[in-house]
Design a protein around this ligand. Sequence first.
Ligand SMILES: [Zn+2]
Length: 303
Amino acid sequence: MRWQGRRQSDNVEDQRGEGGGGFPGGGRFRIPGGSGLRTAGGGGFSGILILAAIFLFLKFCTNIDPMQILVDSGGGQLVPGQTQSDTSVKNNDETTQFAKTVLAETEDVWSGIFKAEGQTYPAPTMVLFSDQVRSACGFASAASGPFYCPGDRKLYIDLSFYDELDKKFGASGDFAQAYVLAHEVGHHVQNLIGVLPKFNQMRQNMSEAEANAMSVRVELQADCFAGIWGHFTEQKGILDVGDLDEALNAAQQIGDDTMQRKTQGYVVPESFNHGTSDQRSKWFKRGFDSGKLDNCDTFSGSI
Ligand SMILES: [Zn+2]
């Protein structure tokens, strides 16, 4: 990806080296999201369609941790906590600049898509952290992998995850790294169009297996949204030959089946919550090929 020299986002908080401030003293967990839907009255936003489909998809009861869905590509858990903020960027190395540039590119693409629907795109903030961090969704360690918190509309990433992506997951290349960020931004879009708030509300009444199945659909849609971003990025002519393959390979490598096979040697399909390798790459490709939200309805039919 030819990202050098392009605009870098200012919507960045650098909390590296702060250690997350330790565990919080018993703040009560609250389901994030639920307000701030920006699409009402917009007309034509396929989020509305998707939402209706979510409603239909749902019907059941039991409790499950509503935070699981926000944790991508890792096994960690979040616990309740408060947010810290520091808007300065301490270490502006190449990886940091890359992440800021990719974030800016997502801002441009999604602003354009929202504008076409008569809406304004409220950009998310990217929090850079090292080791551990507190978010409105709870406390997370780097082991959790990158995640998005709908409660504060921030995406969190420890950039050392990129090494892990390369060495542990076998997903190398800058566009693989860009895909990871674009996926989290995809969750932000889901938050804005009402998909995440609805899901977090509904999953409280689902069994774990049902919530996992629904989570897969939510995650695949975030992959599809990442693909939409890729589509418009390609149109700008800044992708290199092989970039698409890097993203598709990353989607393959972090599929639930591949990860489980690697980490435990066997797969447990009922526990899948992000989608199989084939599903993840398929939905990314759908978004990439079409550039259309309508092609990212992961809630109707088979996936
Ligand atoms: Zn995700």
